[in-house]
Design a protein around this ligand. Structure first.
Ligand SMILES: C[S@@+](CC[C@H](N)C(=O)[O-])C[C@H]1O[C@@H](n2cnc3c(N)ncnc32)[C@H](O)[C@@H]1O
Length: 421
């Protein structure tokens, strides 16, 4: 672990891999796998960060994850009886995170499950007409899976109370089977149709998914002692009520990486989070669709940010604009993190670098400089290897993960930056 004093002269590539952050002692609980989520980080990052805080003698009563994604930190906080506050702009992320934050009675899950299946079996009439469906839904679904999904959604709606955690549980299960029932090219991070694909059977997929989630709930050793609050908001929005916390563990989105709104469009459309999934790109950090006054804002970029944006300007002005916007947003986010920490509180950020047309986009160095200028002290930085199981390091032309070394290489390591208030 390297103590960060002079960022300008530090070559981040030369930072050695710290094996202790590469793997965890125990296999991850099933609860961490109840729903696919891109860029989910491994659960042991939270465990290791908490041990680090203990060594630093920080009494952690409340943790925040300000980009909480599918709730990896939320679930681990609950397992450690620590209060949690989480925020994510993506309603699909907060749905999954909320489900992970609750405990469920197995008997009630089984009863609701039986009730959904019996409603499904008895409601032969199609729910919703294919011809009148949202155009984007028709783009992804053949008539048959569309009707089966409509019927299933109706059955969940009827069988579950209108509010409450059990409803979230079954809609989370529904959300995770939407891709396999669609024409979406399997394992692709780009939304594209696979003309050859045969959609999976909806009811079988749902039953398997519910069974897996019920087993995950049964296996979970988390007690619901601590309090959890998860909000679906833009963390940069100045109107959110943000609590004071002793520790932040988070992994911000990387620039030029995932377009979360696009990747979750099936769930967004089916669960009525938006009529047009593209609306959810607004405010999402790292999205390539932001419009803003570029020249006016440029002078607020920190040193690392300015240098990268300047190099990108020579390659592609539009990309340079998006990257500049991302860096400015990140500067604000890091400042907000500093503000929400209690005195001597600790922040742990996990971030990787990206590349565009041979320009290295050093997100980690930019983040380190943002931490320093926000007031963070005792900044340490280390590097970890991303497990091959989690991320196959190559992508083919269609954006699918591949082991073919001729593919485009994806970052295989990421940085952990730790700072104190
Ligand atoms: C790298 S992922 C976090 C993954 C998380 N650690 C997990 O294990 O699931 C980054 C998250 O930031 C969220 N995000 C992007 N822009 C945001 C914003 N302005 N406010 C809050 N969340 C945002 C994305 O939706 C995404 O879920």
């Amino acid at each position: 672990m390297i103590s960060l004093r002079n960022i300008k002269n530090l070559n981040f590539d030369s930072i050695p891999i710290d094996d202790s952050w590469n793997t965890g002692k125990n296999t991850e609980l099933k609860m961490h796998r109840i729903h696919a989520y891109p860029a989910k980080f491994p659960a042991f990052i939270t465990t290791k960060a908490l041990s680090y805080a203990k060594r630093e003698r920080i009494k952690v009563k409340r943790i925040a994850d300000v980009f909480c994604g599918c709730g990896t930190v939320a679930f681990e906080a609950k397992r450690n009886d620590v209060n949690f506050w989480g925020c994510d702009i993506n309603p699909v992320a907060t749905l999954i995170a909320r489900v992970k934050s609750h405990n469920y009675q197995q008997g009630r899950l089984k009863n609701y499950f039986d009730s959904i299946i019996s409603t499904y079996s008895s409601s032969y009439k199609y729910r919703g007409s294919y011809n009148e469906a949202n155009e984007r839904i028709k783009h992804w679904y053949e008539r048959k899976p569309f009707h089966e999904l409509s019927r299933l959604k109706y059955s969940i709606d009827i069988a579950l109370p209108k509010r409450g955690k059990y409803r979230l549980f079954f809609f989370c299960a529904f959300s995770n089977i939407l891709k396999s029932a669609s024409r979406w090219l399997t394992k692709s991070i780009k939304p594209q149709i696979d003309p050859e694909k045969e959609a999976g059977d909806v009811l079988t997929g749902f039953k398997d998914q519910c069974l897996f989630m019920m087993n995950a709930n049964h296996e979970s050793d988390a007690k619901e002692i601590s309090s959890t609050e998860i909000v679906t908001r833009n963390f940069l929005d100045d109107t959110i009520a943000i609590p004071k916390v002793d520790m932040i563990i988070t992994s911000p989105p990387y620039v030029i990486s995932y377009e979360y709104a696009d990747l979750h469009q099936l769930s967004t459309l089916w669960l009525d989070f938006a009529d047009d999934y593209r609306d959810l790109r607004n405010g999402s950090l790292g999205s390539l669709y932001h419009v803003y006054k570029f020249e006016k804002e440029l002078k607020r970029l920190n040193d690392t940010g300015s240098k990268i944006v300047f190099r990108l300007l020579g390659e592609d002005k539009n990309k340079a604009k998006y990257v500049a916007k991302y860096f400015l947003d990140m500067q604000k986010a890091i400042h907000k993190c500093y503000e929400m920490l209690s005195e001597k509180g600790l922040a742990v950020f996990v971030i990787g670098n990206t590349e565009y047309r041979s320009v290295r986009i050093d997100n980690a160095k930019h983040l380190a400089e943002s931490m320093q200028s926000s007031g963070f002290k005792k900044i340490y930085i280390t590097k970890r290897k991303i497990s091959k199981k989690i991320l196959t390091p190559y992508r083919d032309d269609r954006g699918c993960f591949t082991t073919d070394k001729n593919g485009r290489q994806v970052y295989a390591e990421e940085f952990i930056l730790i700072g104190r208030k």
